[in-house]
Design a protein around this ligand. Sequence first.
Ligand SMILES: [Mg+2]
Length: 202
Amino acid sequence: MEECSLYVSSSFCAFKGDGKDAWIFDVDDTMLSTVPYFKKHQFGGEMLNLTSLEGWMRETKAPALEHTLQLFHEIRGKGIKIFVISSRRESLRDATVDNLIKVGYHGWTSLILRGLEDEYKEVQSYKAETRKRLVEEGYRIWGIIGDQWSSFDGLPSAKRTFKLPNSLYYLTNRQVPDRIWSYLVLNSRASCNLGFAECHTC
Ligand SMILES: [Mg+2]
């Protein structure tokens, strides 16, 4: 985060101030923390379940990652347009907006969530295609902040990328006919209940 803050304030970032300077933030475990959810369910050894995770997201109780919140406003204060790109589904839009505002985020330019057509794509392809659209609209992407490599993979990228640590899980993709499923894989084998067939770490 400090590195990111230094970069934003440095001469490396020659923002033009023409409304086309842009920055990308991821949501889960970048702007908002899912730790309370995992504390409640996974640490107790329950099955990992997207429906239950989304149910928790709808409660809009995710706390902010304080350092990201500070950085968000620092970047916004420089007149840079912030694009929030998440692999959350479009059906979670209201809950996501409510939660972000509740913990202090405001003033982003656009919140981009996964529509129905995007659910068939790998997370990294969906995010790369979204960046491509922004670049085609003339935006210069100065940086991306996220906790998963899927926020950075593919082209176009940004001038700099900032990967936050995530000690809880990583995203992987499993290809099945006509569809790619994304899985959260817990880093801790001890708390993994996905089972051998689905978990890449067991
Ligand atoms: Mg994330």
